[in-house]
Design a protein around this ligand. Structure first.
Ligand code: BES
Ligand code: ZN
Length: 966
């Protein structure tokens, strides 16, 4: 998701179908090998060299951190005092810790029980300025920095204290080595460090987040975002997920501010010498990883409840907006007992806070007991929030609360296993939302949001295995991608289906119980699930997590009397066509087969554990269809023989195929077409068979694919013709739905209406455009406020077909909007504007103070995706403003998103070279793989266009001449 945070399903895929050549895959040989050669000649296939990296030495490790921080919300600095009880396992005179952008003032070590002063060591206070950071003003003398904290801490005599004589910062490695004048002997002791840092504006570490008070005053909160490797920017620490310890946190803050951390408050007392300041102490945490520590200091209101299992739940909102926390509060209060039952393990902390943070890079972060969210992922206003926001909030809450067990209680041993955290949470969030909101039909939406997104990415030569060895922080940032999240979730869904819910739950409980408070690796989960189910889980799953990609299953059928004989073969699916070459990877594929006799149950389930297999289906009459992959659960694509496909298509028209199977079939065909295995015209014909389609998710997937095709054809001179096609496909459902909700309609109808009207309006459907303009006018004039669900499609339509005045009105609405959801809604459609001057205006706006730093990405991305000119303008804008953009996100994962959204739509070979060359001279380490993927996609688009543009054009012309009868 992830990242879906910016726009729940921006990225989309390829496609489709064709005459199935018997030894099928070979046909593509020439085309795909050509394409792959090109990638090599561009140097795209080889991943960059790994940066040298070493984990922290294990000779000294923390037991408990006593950490006191005093942020200055006006100067944007903070002072910190750390007293870490630590264990020296091996005699040493150095301690190596993580530390970045922090200045250590003093450091010392006091061995426990060391009562005799050591001869030869003079007690003295050393101040070593090893580095002068350019981003904050270092205090002149160390004593300036010593603020009062730990009043009741153990008093150590200077005599016993071994003062560090050197702090050697290894900036590249984000480490510091503290050198001591004598050997620290094995045993326990206390490491004391005083330090100062900056409350930065990069949305990582301990940072400042800007907000406006109800009276319009600009202020700042101090908040944290530590995952993956940024706790080290707030305090020196052993910042690796397997180095767990307990934390006693206290915050020294202005007394009128809310101060929160992972645990409940145990003490709050006036701070000596300053009556406006208080010291807030929090209870000791369980043992936990540093990336889950959090604190927030700011102004907030909250709503509160107690969940059925006795946990105090609060949702913190901006001041005056407590009402907007109620929806998330309800979801959280239902979700905690749901997970408690599912895992059969209680939530271990006394409280959980969910808080909306104004400036926030990710969508949300699962800090133990203090989960942070973007405002748009937590706040719901009954009148002004749309249905998709509600659904998004429910999914994000479900996701982050799942991490409280899966991730926080049991943590991955190293970032290589990040997918365990994110893949699992991205799967179970759907289980949770299905429990809370069965009317959302959320599992069907999983297929179009996660499963197809993962397959799209994983078909690239520049994909990566789910389990990927990572070291340097920039490599860690890089794997928060659709492989870890969406492919991870998809293979867990397949596994859950293969094992069955009962044994899966049993295995989960075994795993969480065995590893609680500890760390685990992928194999550990397989072992628990294997024990619970008696099935060969590790053998099956290793084929999915240790090698990249997934199979294309080719299937042919033969009728032999009353039986159907199927022959199946698997080969790796590549976006440029089936894998060619000798050592084709193989998967152990759980396969299900259904027939028209009972389209919603599997007639047969098998584990395909070889390259080819023959199967006999008993009692299948010649007129019955046979389909693979019931429910689109198996992580593979299917290519049917012409005859089999022919027999399935009526099931789309008459809806006898289940919705998720219709969706999967269409999506497979689309990606086969993009890969050149079938012709795109075949897919257009299949799309026309969806005339009677009632299902929102099926439409949303189809709409996405048509969007990809439109973007591709925007490189041709028959773009208008594909818009005609879009209008034809969407008009019947548009007419059935109308503009206003009918009695008895629900969540999915609201989503569908927004989707269809947006699609028709964008394509320039006359009646839709007129009605959108009329309603927009009434809205702006305050005569009739648009319902939240209609705003995006109306805004999009009027902007796309509007002028400078429309854009100005939209910018005014943006300024007036009180809710971040509304601001984002507007920001995302601004790129639809068509004239070059207006596009430039939108791009300038993207970097203005009006747009929150994390949202710039979706404005620029919207421009790139909005039109042909927008695509070029956005790319130029990124190049021209690279320094500012890179600096804004300091590398980070938002830069990858920005690049992806902005360059993926190109379809001219030379652009791949241009993009590559630009990033060679403007490196973005955490986006390296994304850049390679983008270049690969550009070449694939170009090949697709060359291959199919002409036949698509002919088809569209011929269709216009003699329109198909309904
Ligand atoms: N652990 C992540 C947050 C995160 C993301 C930290 C990237 C560091 C880098 C969190 O659990 C998460 O996955 N958030 C998602 C939302 C979720 C519903 C998919 C996100 O931020 O997009
Ligand atoms: Zn997550």
């Amino acid at each position: 998701m992830w990242l879906a945070a910016a726009a729940p399903s921006l990225a989309r895929r390829l496609l489709f179908l064709g005459p199935p050549p018997p030894p099928l895959l070979l046909l593509l040989l020439s085309r795909s090998s050509r394409c792959r050669r090109r990638l090599h000649s561009l140097g795209l296939a080889a991943m960059p060299e790994k940066r040298p990296f070493e984990r922290l030495p294990a000779d000294v490790c923390p037991i408990n951190y006593s950490l006191c921080l005093k942020p200055d919300l006006l100067d944007f600095t903070f002072e910190g005092k750390l007293e870490a009880s630590a264990q020296v396992r091996q005699a040493t005179n150095q301690i190596v810790m993580n530390c970045a952008d922090i200045d250590i003032i003093t450091a010392s070590y006091v061995p426990e029980g060391d009562e005799v002063p050591r001869p030869g060591i003079e007690p003295r206070l050393l101040s070593v300025k090893a580095r002068s950071p350019n981003h904050w003003t270092a205090r002149e003398s160390p004593t300036d920095c010593v603020f009062r904290c730990f009043d009741n801490r153990k008093q150590f005599s200077d005599n016993f204290e071994i003062h560090a004589t050197g702090f050697n910062y290894q900036n590249e490695d984000e480490k510091v080595t503290l050198s001591f004048p004598s050997t620290l002997q094995p045993g326990t002791g206390t490491l004391k460090i005083d330090f100062v840092g900056e409350l930065n504006d990069k949305m990582k570490g301990f940072y400042r987040s800007k907000y406006t008070t109800p009276s319009g005053e600009v202020r700042y909160a101090a908040v944290t975002q530590f995952e993956a490797t940024d706790a080290r920017r707030a305090f020196p620490c052993w910042d690796e997920p397997a180095i767990k310890a307990t934390f006693d946190i206290s915050l020294v803050v202005p007394k009128d501010r809310v101060a929160l951390s992972n645990m409940n408050v145990i003490d709050r007392k006036p701070y000596p010498d300053d009556e406006n300041v208080v010291e807030v102490k929090f209870a000791r945490t369980p043992v936990m990883s540093t990336y889950l520590v959090a604190f927030v200091v700011g102004e907030y209101d909250f709503v509160e409840t107690r969940s059925k299992d006795g946990v105090c739940v609060r949702v913190y909102t901006p001041v005056g907006k407590a009402e907007q926390g109620k929806f998330a509060l309800e979801v959280a209060a239902k979700t905690l007992p749901f997970y408690k039952d599912y895992f059969n393990v209680p939530y271990p902390l006394p409280k959980i806070d969910l808080i909306a943070i104004a400036d926030f890079a990710a969508g949300a972060m699962e800090n133990w007991g203090l989960v942070t969210y973007r405002e748009t992922a937590l706040l719901i206003d009954p009148k002004n929030s749309c249905s998709s926001s509600r659904q998004w909030v429910a999914l994000v809450v479900g996701h982050e609360l799942a991490h409280q067990w899966f991730g926080n209680l049991v943590t991955m041993e190293w970032w290589t296993h990040l997918w365990l955290n994110e893949g699992f949470a991205s799967w179970i969030e759907y289980l949770c939302v299905d429990h809370c909101f069965p009317e959302y039909d959320i599992w069907t939406q999983f297929v179009s949001a996660d499963y197809t997104r993962a397959q799209e990415l994983d078909a690239l030569d520049n994909s990566h295995p789910i389990e990927v060895s990572v070291g340097h922080p920039s490599e860690v940032d890089e794997i928060f991608d659709a492989i870890s999240y969406s492919k991870g979730a998809s293979v867990i869904r397949m596994l859950h289906d293969y094992i069955g819910d009962k044994d899966f739950k049993k295995g989960m409980n075994m795993y969480l119980t065995k590893f609680q408070q500890k760390n685990a690796a992928t194999e550990d989960l397989w072992e628990s699930l294997e024990n619970a189910s008696g099935k060969p889980i590790a053998a099956v799953m290793n084929t999915w997590t240790k090698q990249m990609g997934f199979p294309l299953i080719y299937v042919e059928a033969e009728q032999i009397e009353d039986d159907r004989l199927l022959s199946l073969s698997q080969r790796k699916f590549c976006a440029s066509g089936p894998y060619v070459g000798e050592d084709c990877p193989q998967w152990m594929v759980p396969i299900t087969i259904s027939t028209s006799e009972d389209s919603s149950h599997a007639k047969m389930k098998i584990l395909m554990d070889k390259p080819e297999m023959n199967i006999v289906l008993k009692d299948v009459k010649p007129d019955q269809w046979v389909k693979l992959n019931l429910g689109t659960v198996g992580f593979y694509r299917t290519q049917y023989s012409s005859a089999m496909l022919e027999s399935l298509l009526p099931g789309i028209r008459d809806l006898s195929l289940p919705p998720v199977d219709r969706l999967g079939l269409q999506n497979d065909l689309f990606s086969l077409a993009r890969a050149g295995i079938i012709s795109t015209v075949e897919v257009l014909k299949v799309m026309e068979a969806f005339v009677n389609e009632p299902n929102y998710t099926v439409w949303s997937d189809l709409s996405c694919n048509l969007g990809i095709l439109s973007t591709l054809l925007s490189h041709t001179d028959f773009y208008e013709e594909i818009q005609e096609f879009v209008k034809d496909v969407f008009s019947p459902i548009g007419e059935r739905l109308g503009w206003d909700p009918k009695p008895g309609e629900g969540h999915l109808d609201a989503l569908l209406r927004g989707l269809v009207l947006g699609k028709l309006g964008k394509a320039g459907h006359k009646a839709t455009l007129e009605e959108a303009r009329r309603r927009f006018k009434d809205h702006v004039e305050g005569k009739q406020i648009l319902s939240a669900d209609l705003r995006s499609p109306v805004y999009l339509t009027v902007l796309k077909h509007g002028d400078g005045t429309t854009l100005d009105i939209m910018l005014k609405l943006h300024k007036q909007a009180d809710m971040q959801e509304e601001k984002n809604r507007i920001e995302r459609v601004l790129g639809a504007t068509l004239s070059p001057e207006l596009i430039q205006k939108v791009l300038t706006f993207a970097l203005s103070e009006e747009v929150r730093p994390q949202d710039t990405v979706s404005v620029i991305g919207g421009v790139a995706g909005g039109s042909k000119h927008g695509r070029k303008a956005a790319w130029k804008f990124i190049k021209d403003n690279w320094e500012e953009l890179y600096n804004r996100y300091q590398g980070g994962f938002l830069i990858s998103r920005l690049i992806k959204l902005s360059v993926e739509g190109f379809a001219v070979d030379k652009m791949a070279g241009e993009v590559k060359a630009f990033f060679e001279s403007h490196p973005a380490p955490s986006a390296e793989r994304t850049i390679q993927q983008c270049c690969e996609n550009i070449l694939l688009n170009a090949a697709w266009l060359k291959r199919d543009a002409e036949s698509i054009h002919q088809y569209l012309l011929q269709r216009k001449a003699s329109p198909p009868t309904a």
